[in-house]
Write a protein that binds this ligand. Sequence first.
Ligand code: PLP
Length: 391
Amino acid sequence: MKNPIELMNPEVVAIKQQEIFKFNALAKSNPGVINMTVGEPNFPTPDHIKLAAIKAIEENDTRYTVPEGDHELLRAAAKYLHDKYDLNYDPTTEMITTLGVTEGVFSTLNAVLSAGDEILIPAPCYTIYGPDSGFDRATPVYLDTSKSEFKVTPEQLNEILSTHPKIKAFLFNYPTNPTGVSYTRPELEKLADVLRKYDIFVISDEIYSELTYKFKHYSLAKLLPDQTILLNGLSKSHSMTGWRIGIACGPKAIIAEINKIHELATTAVSTISQAAATEAYKNGFDDTKPMLDEYRKRRDILLSGLEKLDFYCPIPDGAFYLFAKIPEGLNQDDVAMAKDLLNTEGLAILPGSFFGEGGAGHLRLSYAASMDSINGAIEKLGDYVKEHKNA
Ligand code: PLP
């Protein structure tokens, strides 16, 4: 049998996920290492959500369930999306639950793409996007955002869409992993004006929507309801990465197609996780607030520490990442520097080039880490810079 990796477009096989795992594993296996690689909240899931899961177990809610997800959960999620983002989805036909946004991306791309299609992906980007596209034998076309402060501009978007007729979908993510940039409503309106002119799907991964620091998140789905598949979930907002809860929303016909793939791949999301998610969507409207306040403090300290060392970061409006440009006078090879930091300073951070085009010469630091780790990281980076600048 053919290895599925061999079936993929060779360009796409350059998957960096394994390399990220290697960094993580090295950091974890050495307790002395400060680990700033991890893209998940370091807070416990709120108690009321955990109790709902315990109740589901006690009540034997432990059997197969409908693939689209429990209808009470979907109704609660629809109300939550309405109250938070003024979105209006019919929970019976326009929404399904997925195993996190990860499966949401996979099933959506399977539903939307065919062999030979192209998919437009702003880069640097979340590492699964390219390989996921490759599974459908589609080709990612990367839009390098590094020359525009890591934001897609309407001009770039129009130029690329007008010259690539094979593009079937635009896979967008904001607040953005790995750069932390986000988009204001006027910026999104300009992008939507371009996207509306093309017969393409917009897949909008808004998993970090509740982690914004300066302006309230505005959903692209609000501007392009007929074209957009919105992917969101509870991993980042409610510190629920291990529960695997995602939501895919969009026009009825495409959601039905995504649900078919989702059913083939998963049967359904765990009933226990769904019970927890129902509670989160019903009674966890403000759960993110204390975590967000803490992330903001960490971000400000890390940002100021990095700036003092001459690292430049694009404005981090959301998520929990800083994407720092390596200062002049240091070797610009981000992979070599990240390896060196790990081996000599005991500091694990990820090279920007792991996130694809436009990422070289940068380092990604996750501040979903304790304040001690953040202060320790600044100190270690300071030592490194002192020793290596203009060496
Ligand atoms: N989308 C982006 C942009 C991410 O950064 C991540 C995780 O880091 C995910 C999706 C995964 O989300 P989930 O836990 O819902 O699968």
